[in-house]
Design a protein around this ligand. Structure first.
Ligand code: SAH
Length: 224
């Protein structure tokens, strides 16, 4: 009546406070990346109203953009630096790619589904990212670019840690990967110490399956 509008909290700020900070995400570079990157650009038109919700969302081709907390938690575990060369397996929407690329020096990202890789590239190009290299391939076999990588993040569930990825990790490097059954997994942090790998089991989680040589059988291809 007097031009007074009910005050509404900014949904992105609310997501950062309630879903990330209140649950222990403290790395200021991760929080800043979440402020800088427009998540709505990575969410399909028909899902826009749900952009900042506390859950994964469908992005087409049977895949999902991860829950914000999971993206933040995995990124924080990687202990990124501005000199980091990072490998991501499972580009998906490209949202985590953008978060990683806004902190690290360079990101190589591997996606099995070409349509998703191309869409993610367009979104990141439009946002001005020029430190991301896109690969369409089976990332469970590692990356064609030999690396080595300071950090590796796998955003799909693997039955076991793919050996080619362990080999592409620098000494002192960190890998974060969900490992377990097709329906539920444990998030693992693996730190390379020379020829040894230290494993930490972090929390139960649910990711879409990593398909391919070092992943699960692709059910769509079972008949071939
Ligand atoms: N971080 C992404 C999550 C993507 S979901 C986001 O927030 O949008 C996991 C992705 O892994 C899917 O896009 C799926 O197609 C991809 N994927 C599954 N198996 C793969 C493989 N072997 N190599 C590369 N990508 C794979």
């Amino acid at each position: 009546m007097f031009g007074w509008k009910k005050w509404k909290p900014d949904p992105k700020e609310e997501m950062i406070r309630k879903q990330l900070q209140d649950r222990g995400i403290m790395d200021s570079r991760v929080l800043e990346a979440f402020r800088d990157i427009p998540r709505e650009r990575f969410v399909p038109k028909e899902m826009q109203a749900h952009t900042f919700e506390d859950r994964p969302l469908p992005i087409g081709a049977g895949q999902t953009i991860s829950q914000p907390y999971m993206t933040a938690f995995m990124t924080q575990l990687l202990e990124l630096r501005d000199t980091s060369q990072v490998l991501e397996i499972g580009t998906g929407s490209g949202y985590q790619t953008a978060i990683l690329a806004s902190i690290a020096r360079r990101v190589h990202t591997v996606e099995k589904i070409e349509e998703l890789s191309l869409r993610a590239k367009t979104t990141l190009d439009n946002l001005g990212f020029n430190n991301v290299i896109y690969h369409v391939a089976d990332g469970s076999r590692g990356c064609v670019y030999p690396g080595p990588f300071d950090q590796i993040v796998v955003t799909a569930a693997a039955p076991a840690i793919p050996t080619p990825l362990l080999e592409q990790l620098t000494d002192g490097g960190i890998m974060v990967v969900p490992v377990g059954e097709r329906t539920h997994q444990i998030l693992l942090k693996v730190t390379r110490e020379g020829h040894d790998y230290r494993h930490e089991r972090l929390c139960p989680c649910v990711f879409v399956p990593l398909l391919g040589a070092g992943g699960f059988l692709d059910e769509d291809e079972e008949d071939y």
